[in-house]
Design a protein around this ligand. Structure first.
Ligand SMILES: [Zn+2]
Length: 202
């Protein structure tokens, strides 16, 4: 990273790193640590099956085999990442930092240049030989730590639709995002329309 004439080159790469891994963090938390999502309750026993299905469909995680022991470990990280996100949204950054520090330490987060002969080294925050769950937890916690360290936690939000506790990262320029997904946005729109019809009978 080089500072030039008031701008910082490499900023786009940092933004892209943070957005990518915060997205994974939110996928893990939304799949493993919340019980109400997109209009339905996710009971603990079917929640794991849903989590497998979602992780299998996520472009960042779909190519990895995940055992049920891995999902247990990931669930343990997810519960603390959940606390970190909730407290970030509430403005309690000290509690968020404490929760994140435990994940960073426990899952062995460490800056590491992944390099292969002939390739371009790329910066990661887990060892090249880390188990995949440790890598996901370490990168998730690091990306949230970047949001805190760069005063970007206002971009984290929780879905405004009824019966949905899912989190999102707002990438809009005017901070206008309110829903976790298009499905929730559409549900909220229909609910508002029905309510209006009830309030103004013809
Ligand atoms: Zn939602």
């Amino acid at each position: 990273m080089t500072i030039v004439g008031g701008g910082i080159t490499g900023q786009a790469a940092i933004d892209s790193y943070v957005a990518t891994w915060v997205d994974l963090c939110l996928a893990i938390v939304n799949d493993l640590a919340i019980e109400v999502r997109q209009g339905r309750q996710v009971p603990a026993d079917t929640g794991l099956a849903d989590a497998f299905a979602h992780l299998a469909a996520n472009p960042l995680t779909k190519d990895f085999e995940v055992s049920s022991a891995d999902v247990d470990d990931l669930g343990s990280a997810a519960r603390r990442l959940h606390i970190a996100i909730d407290t970030c949204i509430a403005g309690d950054l000290l509690t968020a930092a404490f929760a994140l520090n435990t994940v960073l330490a426990e899952f062995g987060a460490v800056p590491n240049l992944h390099a292969t002969p002939g390739g371009v080294p790329h910066l990661a925050f887990h060892g090249a030989d880390a188990p995949i769950v440790d890598a996901w937890a370490a990168e998730s916690a690091t990306a949230l730590a970047f949001l805190i360290g760069t005063r970007q936690t206002h971009r984290l939000g929780q879905c405004s639709a009824d019966t949905c506790d899912a989190y999102y990262l707002d990438s809009t320029k005017n901070a206008s995002r309110r829903f976790c997904s298009l499905a929730c946005q559409n549900r909220a729109k229909s609910a508002a329309y029905r309510q209006k019809r009830r309030d103004q009978p013809e």
